[in-house]
Design a protein around this ligand. Structure first.
Ligand SMILES: Cc1cc2nc3c(=O)[nH]c(=O)nc-3n(C[C@H](O)[C@H](O)[C@H](O)COP(=O)(O)O)c2cc1C
Length: 391
């Protein structure tokens, strides 16, 4: 058997010891000087007997056994291992793999006798981070409190929701924007969260009711709202002006020029205020929670827009650091998470509720004379394997 060190290992210091993460396991291995020296010199595939011989005749047997153990633990790989490694970790890399491992099997104390004591301890650690962010000195646009009627039957809204990429180029009214913001981002009522204080209920679910999502709106073409970049303050249902010079061009530069992100009437840039989650959830799985929550908000945004006859779009194709700089937020505490945009739909943008039939009739006709075996080898879509990311 020929072995070499795994290309990338995740390490951490534990007091004065360097610990190496065992791939795919919650366990860590203490790195001794011998182990570090072994790894340092095992950059090429080398026969196990040759590796063991480096430790001298007397220690060779024990060294060979240790090498096999290191291979079983995933610290060393053989020349056939890479082919066996799940493709997802070949594609996403060892850092994502570690995050995945660390986030699994968190103990949620659901039926634990320690549950209440843990809650009290968290609450005793200090106040919960503020649930709402405010820019009290910013000029504000007070949004209409009365939402537009949302009377389209829910099954029609479900059937009509599509991702739109073309817009009519006509203004959206302030009432429609206010309705989208209120439904997607504003609390609808407050509940008793016990030791964790008052808890908001919004239309979207949110882990532990923490509602760590903030919304900033780039307004381009909304009747009653001057163009510019605003923070939406859900507590008081106001837009707080951050920068009146922000326009489509500024947003385009941060979203790789993807038209649908900025050609509508407005673009919501959502962020996560991580401390609202981490204060209550103190384990790595909590890193996943903002992703679930952002998804819920995204769906509420899309369904509200659809019910109002607006055309919604969503993407994560943006330059996080650039968005954070534009918003003026400290990315160690609040980071960019989702882009949600909308405008009036272009008359015929191919997103009708019946969609494009699949498979295309022309292809069915062209392949009618072919056998099922031929069809099985036919690749219907030519997915580019460009090093840049596919949208
Ligand atoms: C997280 C996420 C990211 C997306 N990013 C893009 C994008 O960058 N560009 C795009 O055209 N569509 C994007 N979409 C839209 C999807 O392509 C779309 O939802 C999918 O093709 C299904 O179509 P439908 O939403 O009309 O049902 C994204 C959707 C999600 C949920």
């Amino acid at each position: 058997m020929r072995v070499r060190r795994r290309d990338q290992l995740i390490c951490r210091w534990d007091n004065d010891a360097l610990m190496i993460a065992l791939p795919g396991q919650h366990r860590w291995l203490r790195a001794t000087p011998d182990l570090l020296s072994l790894l340092q010199h095992l950059d090429e595939f080398t026969d196990v007997d040759e590796v063991a011989a480096r430790f001298g005749d007397e220690a060779a047997e024990a060294a060979a056994k240790a090498v096999h153990q290191l291979h079983n633990a995933g610290i060393l790989v053989t020349d056939t291992d890479d082919a066996d490694a799940p493709a997802i970790w070949q594609h996403w890399g060892p850092i994502a793999a570690r995050m995945h491992t660390e986030a699994r099997d968190a103990n949620y104390l659901v039926n634990s006798p320690h549950r209440d004591a843990t809650a009290v301890q968290i609450a005793a650690d200090g106040e919960s981070p503020a649930p709402f962010k405010r820019y009290p000195d910013a000029p504000a646009v007070h949004l209409p409190r009365r939402t537009l009627p949302l009377r389209t039957p829910v099954e029609e809204v479900f059937a009509a929701r599509r991702t739109h990429r073309a817009f009519a180029g006509t203004p959206v009214g302030i009432d429609a924007l206010a309705t989208v913001l209120a439904c997607t981002f504003a609390p609808q009522r407050f509940l008793d969260g016990g030791a964790f204080g008052p808890q908001q209920a919004r239309i979207s679910a949110s882990a532990g009711g923490r509602h760590e999502v903030e919304c900033y709106v780039a307004v381009y073409d909304v009747t009653g709202v001057p163009p510019g970049l605003y923070h939406y303050a859900p507590e008081v249902h106001r837009l707080e002006l951050l920068d009146a010079t922000v326009d489509r061009e500024r947003i385009a530069a941060l979203v790789y020029e993807q038209d649908a992100s900025y050609q509508g009437a407005f673009t919501c840039l959502t962020t996560t205020v991580a401390a609202r989650l981490s204060w209550k959830y103190r384990h790595p799985r909590a890193y996943r929670l903002w992703m679930y929550d952002a998804g819920h908000y995204g769906q509420t945004f899309a369904l509200t827009c659809t019910a109002l006859g607006l055309a919604p779009f969503q993407t994560v194709a943006f330059h996080d650091s650039g968005i954070e700089a534009l918003l003026g937020v400290d990315a160690d505490h609040e980071f960019a998470t989702y882009l949600l945009a909308a405008g009036n739909p272009a008359p015929d943008d191919g997103t009708g509720s019946t969609g494009q039939p699949y498979p295309p009739l022309a292809r069915l006709a062209a392949s009618a004379h072919r056998s099922p075996a031929d069809l099985a080898t036919d690749s219907p879509v030519d997915l580019a394997t460009d090093p840049e990311q596919l949208g």
